[in-house]
Design a protein around this ligand. Sequence first.
Ligand code: SF4
Ligand code: SF4
Length: 77
Amino acid sequence: MPLANHATSVPVVVDESKCIADKGCKTCVEVCPLDVLAIDPVKGKAYMKYDECWYCMPCEVDCPTGAVKVNIPYLLR
Ligand code: SF4
Ligand code: SF4
């Protein structure tokens, strides 16, 4: 899978000011069926590691702080 390099083209965006991965949360990583998300060990924040997404939404729904935003492509709505 290709690495996601550009923040603007990434369908799943994590608001780092809301993410509490540095306090032990990794809910979004655990619920993602594709293991798209990961925790940045340096920043202690979740991020989209692989640019591959089913838009199934549990990451956004289950995030306790509402930090995850999944941008569903217009054609899939
Ligand atoms: S579920 Fe939310 S708070 Fe928890 S690691 Fe993921 S983005 Fe951060
Ligand atoms: S929408 Fe689904 S596939 Fe995409 S990052 Fe969230 S949990 Fe993973």
